[in-house]
Design a protein around this ligand. Structure first.
Ligand code: ZN
Length: 689
């Protein structure tokens, strides 16, 4: 017996009420074939809700328009949250096929919502009368956000312009999906398979991880270096085999640029042209102008000013670092110029020489479990939260769930950590949610996830992190707290629904507590002996904080500048992506020994959905905020100062999008941030500008 694909299916576990523990989806019953019919039913249901609101004969009111919109689309949210979580963390051919099918459907659906002239008329009418509606501050913010969203989506444009926007949006959605699937395909299809004799220089933990990666690929007894950042960067840092370093580095930086079906360059050119066209239809000179208009930075010039201030200093520092590395090569009798695949290796050697510190000595002190505990303890001391492991059915055996409670023992939400790299997981690290906090339809508590790509240990061995990995863990956990502590009524404003140049504040700020001595002393314990990290080693580790920061800052800032330049093009038609990247970097005087942290053909922040398109500067923008915000704690002499933590919770972590970001920051800090703390943190304060 067959049934039409979109027939309502009362038994579909994605559409029934989730009555299991913590209202989690019944993962065991969710097979890939359930998603398409669930999407079809949920899209139709939401469409009917939208049409009913738009056609309501009653005069527009906050209730019959804004509240009705906020209450709608619940089934779709649930299906989409589960689907995209799985598509990121545990994908398969079946899931990828559905992803390609539904991404244009979702774009079409959003078009129907945001390009509805009847809906826009109701919202515009309410917005014009907003002062007279007797709204609470939160309601006024929700109305303002809806109005801005509709205007920015093209709700106020004429029909031909709207039709063109709709077509652009659908095409962009398909291209974005294809882009990220191509990157994953290039990552999955490559592994540098090595023999024991190829491992010169690699410490034990790296050998164990390479052995586990090979076993996962069915090559037990061999060693695999993969294109996951933690695998590849570790190899570049330690391997004394220059030929192999070059091999893996080339594969890494060529992701999405290998010709054939997974080459992303044509897709990028098309996306950039479509984005520019959309911006123009909406009355902006370029996509960057359009994008930044609704960010804290407001204009590309403001973002550029910050980046330029950092860039000149970072380049000067990187050049000094390069000279020191070249000297190191000469001192060892090497007769070659430092190349990009040499930088991490010689930087590690220099660090060892200068600070008597090597990664292999540090790493046993950074056990995954201990660092998770450290992130939890920080949240307890700042916000009174506790985390208790709970045994609930999840989507993958790697994932672990914790119930989160506040100081009074009240349920706050559920946190799920999924930390290991695997072939079915997209690269990078991110936070996502299965349910967001709100109070509109009862007291809804959040379910928040952190995804990372740390190297899986060999069987029976503890999972060890690099200091950078530990920082990533704290970073993503900061995002998680932004979701968990959210305390708003309307879903539109919940948690991380803030401008992208503000959303990295809670995450980057949280990284600072990893370096607080009382946290490190307690949680940085040796995997074998359980001994705390010796004070002298800890001091040396913290002393290296600004080591190699010229490199790190150049690697990042180049990406942010190229992104702004690319999306600042007014007429990008016929773009040659490789040529643009080369010319732009040359104009910026990019040091030849450093490659962009994400080259355009695999720059997922910009092209997998476009969340950070013309927005990669956000990390630096947020870093100005986080460096300055942590100073607020330092000024009290207590990294956990209760009064400062209380303001931080009220105005930042718990506040979602209740306020304009600049106002929120001022409410926390008493003033707007200054750039000095950032320059000091990166060791750039003294570098020549
Ligand atoms: Zn982040």
């Amino acid at each position: 017996m067959t049934r039409p694909q979109s027939a309502p299916d009362a038994q579909n576990p994605l559409l029934t009420d989730w009555t299991g523990p913590f209202g989690l989806p019944p993962f065991g019953a969710i097979t890939p074939d359930r998603f398409r019919p669930a999407f079809d039913a949920a899209l139709a249901a939401h469409r009917a809700e939208i049409d009913a609101i738009a056609a309501d004969p009653a005069a527009p009111s906050f209730d019959n328009t804004i509240v009705a919109l906020e209450r709608g689309g619940r089934a779709l949210d649930r299906v989409a949250n589960v689907f995209f979580m799985i598509a990121g963390a545990d994908t398969s051919d079946a899931i990828e096929t559905i992803e390609r099918e539904v991404s244009p459907l979702l774009a079409r659906h959003n078009n129907a919502l945001y390009l509805s002239r009847a809906l826009y008329a109701r919202i515009a009418d309410l917005y014009a009368r907003r002062e007279a509606l007797g709204l609470t501050p939160e309601q006024a913010r929700v109305l303002e956000r809806y109005h801005t969203r509709f205007v920015r989506a093209g709700g106020a444009l004429d029909k031909p312009a709207q039709d063109r926007l709709a077509a652009i949006n659908e095409r962009l959605a398909s291209l974005g999906t294809k882009f990220s699937q191509n990157v994953l395909a290039d990552e999955k299809s490559y592994a540098l398979m090595l023999e024991e004799s190829d491992l010169a220089g690699l410490p034990d933990f790296a050998r164990a991880a390479a052995r586990a990666a090979a076993a996962e690929r069915g090559a037990a007894g061999k060693y695999a270096i993969t294109l996951a950042r933690s695998s590849c960067e570790t190899f570049l840092q330690f391997s004394s085999r220059r030929d192999l370093r070059e091999k893996i580095f080339q594969a890494w930086i060529k992701r999405g640029e290998n010709g054939g079906a997974t080459d992303n360059r044509a897709a990028i050119a098309e996306m950039v042209a479509l984005r520019a066209e959309r911006a123009k239809l909406l009355g902006f000179a370029s996509f960057a102008d359009y994008r930044l208009d609704d960010q804290m930075a407001k204009t590309p010039a403001a973002a550029r000013k910050l980046l330029d201030e950092v860039w000149t200093r970072a380049r000067a520092k990187a050049q000094a670092e390069r000279d020191a590395l070249q000297e190191k090569i000469a001192a060892e009798g090497g007769n070659f110029a430092l190349a990009p695949h040499d930088w991490r290796y010689y930087a590690e050697k220099l660090r060892k020489a200068r600070y008597d510190l090597d990664e292999a000595e540090i790493k046993p002190y950074f056990q995954l479990d201990q660092m998770v505990a450290a992130a939890f303890e920080t949240a307890r001391r700042l916000f009174g939260l506790t985390f208790t492991p709970v045994d609930v059915p999840l989507y993958h055996p790697d994932a672990r769930a914790y119930e989160v409670k506040d100081a009074q023992g009240r349920h706050v939400g559920l946190f799920i950590g999924d930390y290991f790299a695997r072939a079915s997981k997209h690269s990078g690290a991110w936070m996502t949610s299965l349910r967001e906090q709100e109070k509109l339809v009862g007291d809804v508590t959040p379910v928040i996830l952190n995804m990372c790509n740390f190297s899986r240990p060999a069987a029976g061995e503890p999972a060890l992190l690099s200091f950078d990995d530990a920082r990533t863990l704290f970073h993503e956990f900061g995002h998680a707290l932004h979701g968990l502590l959210s305390n708003v009524t309307y879903p539109l404003l919940a948690g991380t629904a803030v401008p992208s140049d503000f959303v990295e504040l809670p995450s980057q700020l949280y990284e600072h507590w990893l370096e607080v001595p009382e946290i490190l002393q307690k949680y940085a314990r040796h995997a074998r002996t359980g001994a705390p990290m010796p004070q002298a080693l800890l001091d040396r580790l913290l002393a290296t904080r600004t080591f190699n920061q010229g490199f790190a800052t150049v690697e990042y800032t180049a990406c942010a500048l190229v992104d702004l330049d690319l999306h600042g093009l007014a007429e990008p038609a016929g773009l040659d992506v490789g040529d643009f990247e080369r010319r732009d970097l040359a104009a910026l005087q990019m040091p030849a020994e450093i490659v962009m942290r994400h080259r355009l053909p695999h720059f997922q922040h910009l092209f997998s959905g476009g969340g950070y398109a013309a927005g990669y500067y956000s990390y630096m923008w947020s870093e100005v905020l986080d460096a300055d915000a942590f100073e607020a704690f330092k000024e009290t002499g207590d990294a956990f100062d209760p009064a400062t933590a209380k303001r931080l919770r009220e105005f930042i972590y718990g506040a979602g999008n209740l306020r304009d970001p600049a106002e929120a920051y001022k409410a926390f800090r008493g003033r707007l941030p200054a750039v000095d703390a950032l320059l000091k943190k990166r060791g750039l304060a003294d570098a020549a500008a």
